[in-house]
Design a protein around this ligand. Sequence first.
Ligand code: THU
Length: 161
Amino acid sequence: MKKLKLETTLDVFDSVSELPQDIQELMIKAQQAREKAYAPYSSFKVGAALQLANGEVVLGNNQENAAFPSGLCAERVAIFYAGATYPGVAVTSIALTVRSLEHTVTKPTPPCGACRQSIAEYEVNQKSSINIYFMGETGTVVKADSIEVLLPFVFDNTFLK
Ligand code: THU
């Protein structure tokens, strides 16, 4: 038996103002998208802004449903829209932010497991990594320089071949 050790490194920024200028702008777009979320059941609004290699920015937010599992997370709303509208165009960066109507979220809030899996599909297909920046409402911003950092041992299409 051998142990396989995985090392992951995340960059931690104290606040949005520490981010590179273009990513600050992307995070502001994510915040604006977040405020338009439809989250009447959880009161937890999530915003996503995707920078595409063709210069376009695609936005998404969570869309809830009275039949709870029928809703969709912000990240998948955005990445599926990007895939549907700009097929074959690489996603270079994703900015994510959340706001609860019940408490102030200061913890950097990462994408859920299902969203990580969905993002991985696009990263694998485009053959270039996606920078993922995530934060709460205020405070620290965390950067993963690939979805692999957040989802090691990903199940991807290589297992189907
Ligand atoms: N949510 C997202 O939009 N993204 C995530 O990665 C985690 C959770 C949404 C789903 C639901 O509308 C609300 O946040 C509470 O879970």
